[in-house]
Structure formats: C-alpha cells, structure tokens
Ligand binder design. Structure first.
Ligand code: FES
Length: 369
C-alpha cells in the first residue's frame, strides 16, 4: 500500500462504491494497474459455464474417490495382495496405496488449476513496488479486493464445486489419520518372534517336527558335508511354492553352518551351551546370517581368526564366543540355532534345528521389543 490517503478515494467514498470499483481503486492506490480484466462467463448459467464447472467438480470428485479408495485399500487389502493375473511375488499393495494418493493429489491440484483457468476472470495486471505501512483507506481497499477475489472464485454460487472440493479435502485430511490409526490397529502379533525353524510335527513327523537344514538346491545338509574350518549357507527345509518356483526362498532365515577345526572350543553364551553339535563338545555351530546391526548378510568367515565379517559396516563376530560382536557397529551377538542330527531311513545323517532361534533374528524388531 502507498500509505498516502490523498492519492485515492476517502473512506466514506469507498464505502459508497461497489466492490468492483473499490477493488480497482484499491489496486490503483496500491500501485497495481489492471490492464485488462474479463469475466470468462459474463452471461451466468450458460452451457459452457456449466460444462467448465462440471469439469472442475469431476477433478475434485476423482480426488475424493481416490481418497476413499485409499482408505478401503489400506484397511481391506492384505499386504501380499497382487494384481489378478500377475505373479504372486509381484506384490502391489504399497504401489496401489501410492497410486491412490497420487490420484488424490493430482485430482485436487488439477481441479484447482482448471478452476483458475476456466472459471475465474482473466486478468492482466502490472504492480509497482512499495514498502510503506498501510493506512485505514488501504485496509478498506484490501478488504474490498479480498471480497472481490472471493466473488471471482465463484464459490458462493458454485455449490457443485464447493461440495466436491469439500469431499476431496476431507479425503485428503483423512489419509494421514487412517495411516496412523491403521498402523496401531494392525499389530504384527507374534509373527516376528518366529522363523521357519519353528517345530512343525505335521510337516516333519519323521524328525519329531524338527526342521531339517537344507542347501538352496534343496539337498539336506549332513555332518560330512563340510571340511574342518568350512562354512555353508543353509536354510530351513520348509518348501515354499510361488509361481512355479518350488523350494527355499532367499529370505527364509538364512543360516551359517560352521565346522570348527580340531582343538577349537567354544565359550558359549549363557543358556546356549548345548546349542552346537554334538551338544557336549560342539564341532558344528549354526548362526543366523542376518547381521544384528542393519540386517546385511554376515558371510565372510576367517578361519585363522575365527571371526565372521559383515561386509556392510565391517562388524566382526567372534565365532568361538558364540558370534559375539568384537568390532564395528553391531552390539548384539548373532542368534544361535540349536542343532541336532537325525538318521534317515536309508542311514544318512542330516542336521535339524532342535528348536527355533531363542531370540529374534536381525536388528529392528529386537531393538524395539
Ligand atoms: S549391517 Fe552388518 S555391520 Fe552393518
């Protein structure tokens, strides 16, 4: 505002003016020169205006529907959901939520742009720069400008747009609430407490429910498979069938089976003394391969130093101390799997897990529990 009341009409004169004239006077006094101003629909209620209005409302309605879709999808779809006709491992739950949020924002943004482009007056203005404080007259003129601006939006008479915008805004505001409350309702239960090594008598009656250890190619692991100082990555022998794939999956609790060299003895952690095989003087040890720092696969075993190395942030675990962390950022030992050996009907021996891990594997859940 100019701050100089002599340049414009007085307060009394402004009160007498129409909002259009007061707005123009305000613009002039404020150094804003309206070069041209044209109402896009000078005749109210024409078909073209209705069409434009419906177009804008359609965008807001799309936004509102996407919002409702997000809420329904968030609550009703399982996280493993995939598009019908697509492979099962092509999980689409998170992308679906993302697409619905994108549609919601797109509908809202595009609706606002179309509203400005199609319905609000077309205007060309030039504005001077100024920095003095506002006078009473300036404030009145600003008031008129804002009132006129509200009128220009057509909000007071465009109930269709107003309702659809309200719906879209409501849906948009609900999204963070749904995500917040939904996250608290859907508790993971005890599924993070167990791995596929959990005993299963129906599936493995021949070993008393104890789960065999297998290689990725499905062969069972026996005590004669490793030479002294050797190491192998093994998995719980629970078969998973997904889209033609039949076997272990890479995420199925990968485990490091280590054969100690003669003369090496283990200083076991409390409560884990009998976890190796044979239990009284272990030659074989099995640890979770998932690093307790940030979940990388700890896979490099140095026979000479008896240390397991994690390549991500160089944590080192001392195998002869039950994989206790001795260097790097990891602070928790690798969980140890209680081992046993079963003799099959044909006389071959294979390793089984006597029980599941007795502590959670990996980093995150443990830190939070
Ligand atoms: S994930 Fe293993 S050291 Fe960081």
């Amino acid at each position: 505002m100019t701050g100089n009341p002599t340049e414009g009409p007085s307060a009394d004169e402004l009160r007498e003016m129409s909002t259009e004239d007061a707005m123009r006077a305000g613009a002039e006094a404020d150094g804003v020169h309206i070069v041209s101003r044209r109402d896009r629909f000078p005749v109210r209620g024409t078909k073209a205006e209705k069409r434009a209005e419906r177009g804008v409302a359609a965008m807001f309605t799309l936004s509102a529907l996407a919002g409702v879709g997000f809420i329904v999808a968030f609550i009703a779809l399982p996280y493993k959901w995939h598009l019908p006709g697509t492979p099962q491992n092509f999980r689409f739950y998170t992308p679906a939520l993302g697409i619905l949020i994108a549609l919601m924002l797109f509908g809202m943004a595009f609706g606002l742009v179309l509203w400005a482009k199609w319905l609000m007056p077309e205007e060309e203005i030039i504005q001077d720069r100024h920095d003095e404080p506002s006078t009473e007259e300036d404030k009145l003129m600003t008031e008129a400008t804002l009132a006129r601006g509200l009128e220009d939006t057509g909000l007071p008479r465009r109930s269709m747009i107003l309702k659809s915008l309200g719906l879209a805004g409501g849906a948009l505001a609900t999204v963070p609430l749904v995500a917040l409350v939904g996250g608290m309702l859907k508790k993971p239960g005890d599924q993070l407490d167990h791995t596929l090594y959990r005993k299963d008598k129906k599936r493995f009656p021949e070993s008393g429910g104890r789960v065999p250890l297998v290689y990725a190619d499905w062969r069972r692991v026996g005590p004669n498979d490793l030479s002294p100082g050797g190491i192998a990555t093994v998995f719980p022998g629970v078969r998973e069938k997904i889209d033609g794939y039949d076997g272990v999956t890479s995420a199925s609790s990968p485990t490091l089976l280590i054969r100690l060299r003669p003369g090496q003895t283990v200083k076991a952690r409390k409560g884990q003394a009998g976890f190796g095989w044979p239990a009284h003087n272990p030659e074989y040890l099995a640890f979770s391969k998932i690093c307790t720092h940030a979940g990388c696969p700890a896979s490099l075993y140095e026979q000479q130093t008896t240390r397991l190395l994690c390549p991500c942030h160089q944590s080192q675990f001392e195998v002869l101390q039950d994989a206790k962390p001795v260097f790097g950022p990891a602070t928790r030992s690798l969980p140890k799997l209680p081992l046993d050996v079963v003799v099959a009907e044909d006389g071959t021996q294979y390793f089984v897990a006597r029980e599941d891990f007795n502590e959670p594997i990996g980093p995150g859940f443990w830190e939070r529990s």
